[in-house]
Design a protein around this ligand. Structure first.
Ligand code: NAI
Length: 214
């Protein structure tokens, strides 16, 4: 595959293709036309063709897409063809909720450890993974080949903890704390803000109400 820059917008749509194709695969569907995929996903067929052409197409005129092949190839593009070891920093409400969600593992995100500063949480296990104290983090990370750290701690602590994680070799941060981390360029940060999604929902509700005179 040609190695070139793919737009963030396209990359942003790939997880959704991956999810739908995974469902088709589970349902035993072997191939699908871009029109049928379009109907299922509520995305135009030309958008699908354009998106997938970025990666060499994968489709064949008159045949459609081979679901398993497309699923596998998109998985490779998303880096899901190998496992990613992960730790969670902050084992409070959100940290524990993430740790309880088993489906991340289905996509290769393996939860190796949970860390906190609250001694009352020490040793409590979430789906078999014990909560450890932060002073164990350094040794743990150096021994466990950890790639990703999820940050689910108060925002006032996020920057100092992120810097400490980097010092200990973490290169990718899944940041839930509502603050910009401004880390060196070679550190990969994915910010998640559920409230942004809620605000988009609120916007759509407001527009709907305006359009329908409510
Ligand atoms: P919580 O208070 O239940 O959990 C926070 C945990 O972090 C506590 O167990 C605390 O002991 C631990 N902690 C504090 N300082 C620490 C440190 N220096 N090192 C390690 N652990 C430390 O809070 P909750 O509800 O789980 O939220 C956690 C964070 O996630 C907050 O910053 C919150 O604003 C954010 N959040 C973000 C969302 C998003 O969509 N991005 C959604 C919900 C919460």
């Amino acid at each position: 595959m040609e190695d070139r820059e793919i737009s963030r917008a396209v990359i942003g749509r790939l997880p959704r293709y991956y999810r739908y194709l995974g469902e088709l695969l589970d349902a035993g569907v072997e191939r699908i036309s871009s029109n049928d995929l379009s109907k299922k996903m509520h995305v135009t067929a030309s958008q699908i063709r354009q998106d997938l052409n970025n990666f060499g197409g994968f489709g064949q005129q008159g045949y459609g897409y081979n679901v398993k092949y497309l699923y596998t190839e998109i998985g490779k593009i998303l880096g899901l063809n190998r496992p990613h070891n992960m730790i969670i920093i902050g084992a409070g409400n959100l940290g524990q909720a993430l740790a309880n969600y088993a489906s991340f593992e289905k996509n290769g995100f393996i939860l190796k450890g949970l860390f906190d500063v609250n001694s009352r949480l020490e040793g409590v296990a979430i789906r078999g993974v014990p909560i450890r104290m932060m002073d164990e983090l350094k040794d743990f990370v150096s021994q466990s080949d950890i790639e990703i750290a999820a940050l689910t701690i108060p925002k006032s602590k996020a920057i100092e903890v992120a810097e400490m994680l980097i010092e200990n070799g973490i290169r990718a941060i899944w940041n839930f704390a509502h603050t910009d981390l401004n880390l060196p360029e070679d550190i990969i940060v994915e910010n998640v803000h559920l409230s942004d999604s809620l605000m988009r929902l609120s916007y759509t509700i407001s527009r709907y109400q305006e359009d329908h005179g409510k």
